[in-house]
Design a protein around this ligand. Structure first.
Ligand SMILES: [Zn+2]
Length: 190
């Protein structure tokens, strides 16, 4: 049976990142979150730079849940795009409309990372959450449901992952080309 949430490596990594900040298998929050996600309990999903928000309803009410992650500024992204533009496999992947598997290895050259690894503690990879429900764990069932539903959305549109981190989402081909030309000019002897 295929998992409808995180069919892509990036979608999977996104919701798994949420598990790692507060939950371990087996945890009822994971089971309940998955049930809520499967019953269309998440409405008004929005993915914006630095935040994923949505309203999650269950028998106890409707909760405005939010997952936050730091964004990189435009100069960080300019360096990131240059690094990506010099990686043929990354350029090919991005132009084919998906996030290449090596993207985080390449971005790491400039100190960036799109999708947090397990147990990362750097500030720029720190995920935080908020949900007004009675569960005071960092990841409640509502946050889990929001993570799963947003992962499915990212599966369909990988640029949402870039958007979430403050990155460019339009004219990637043009930007990659411009970044590569600029770095070649910079390397040119005068
Ligand atoms: Zn909650």
């Amino acid at each position: 049976m295929s998992d409808p949430y995180g069919r892509t490596w990036w979608g999977r990594k996104w919701w798994r990142a949420l598990e790692t900040i507060g939950l371990n298998y087996p945890d009822q929050r994971i089971v309940k979150g998955r049930t809520l996600a499967g019953h269309a309990a998440v409405t008004g999903l929005s993915i914006e730079p630095g935040s994923v928000t949505g309203r999650v309803s269950d028998g106890n009410g409707t909760f405005a849940a939010e997952i936050r992650i730091p964004v990189y500024n435009s100069s960080a992204w300019a360096a990131g795009m240059t690094a990506l533009s010099l990686s043929p496999s990354c350029v090919a992947g991005l132009l084919a409309g998906r996030l290449p598997k090596r993207i985080d290895d390449v971005l790491a050259e400039t100190g960036m990372r799109l999708l947090p690894k397990k147990f990362v503690t750097e500030d720029h990879n720190r995920i935080t959450t908020s949900c007004p429900c009675a569960d005071n764990r960092e990841v409640c069932a509502h946050i889990m449901a929001l993570a799963l539903v947003s992962a499915a959305k990212m599966d369909d549109d990988p640029w949402l992952v870039l958007l979430l981190r403050g990155g460019p989402t339009r004219d990637l081909a043009g930007r990659l080309r411009a970044a590569r030309l600029a770095s070649m000019d910079a390397a040119q002897p005068v």
